[in-house]
Design a protein around this ligand. Sequence first.
Ligand code: C2E
Ligand code: CA
Ligand code: CA
Length: 270
Amino acid sequence: MVLSNKITDIANFENALRVGLNQKDFHFMYQPIISTKGKGVALEMLVRWKFEGEWVSPVMFIPVLERLQLISVLNRLLVDQLVKDREKLAEKIPELTFLSLNISPYIFKYKEEEGFLEYLLAQLKAHDMEPQHICLEITESSMLTQQAKEFLNDCRRLGFLIAIDDFGTGFSSMSYLVDRSFNVLKMDRSLIHQIMTNPRQYIIAEALVHLSANLDVRLVAEGVETYEQYALLQKLGVDDIQGFYLGKPMFIDDMVSLPMVEKTNEYRNK
Ligand code: C2E
Ligand code: CA
Ligand code: CA
């Protein structure tokens, strides 16, 4: 009985996802990524979806979309929303430098995904946007295949920024640093969440600052939740900071000002 309920639940969830995609009923929030060295602010787009009246974490539904081979539909919705929101975002945030998108690794696996890059380029062109203003975030594990490398190299040649997301959570992180196809490194929050109390996390962060500077890669610290963490990472020389301390993900209509930009300037002046 329990098993059949579970199966019905899964089928129900999957159906709702299909309907959601058909109706384009997916929403996007933006979270600031703030430069410690100037006034620049980037924004990461994070998808949101409601199931039976409740917001469901993308961690729950992205793998299902990937399994159903429907992730390409979401990737295109994301591009459509990006070009639609871009002007409004730039008005709200004059310091806006680039927009960051999460790209599912399945982009390298499915035939349906072929043409994604062309679609993205066409949409950018139609809206007078340049690849230089877009960062594609890819998780470490997805960079393994030859196909992935070729795709990323093409993107780099075209001028896109390429970020390795969740750096430090994979199995052989250091080997990715040899690869030239990326220019942003996003240090996972698990590497910094105990930085105030764990000297080893401090040593690792310090080493990554040196490493990324020497490799000419921009270093972003994710999941920064307190002023103490922020101040320490800024002092260490991390290029950009993202996390609840400086700003939670927001819907575009709720963005009135960016208090965190003032926050960082205030601390810089101390
Ligand atoms: P991610 O790319 O690592 O995104 C950052 C996640 O950390 C977001 O969760 C964000 O809300 C959360 N976060 C940000 N700052 C803090 C902090 O200070 N503390 C804590 N505890 N969490 C923080 P979210 O939005 O639930 O997204 C989860 C994951 O789902 C993302 O992780 C990304 O892998 C995936 N995802 C989100 N949007 C998309 C999308 O449009 N497409 C694809 N393919 N994946 C997406
Ligand atoms: Ca990300
Ligand atoms: Ca991440």
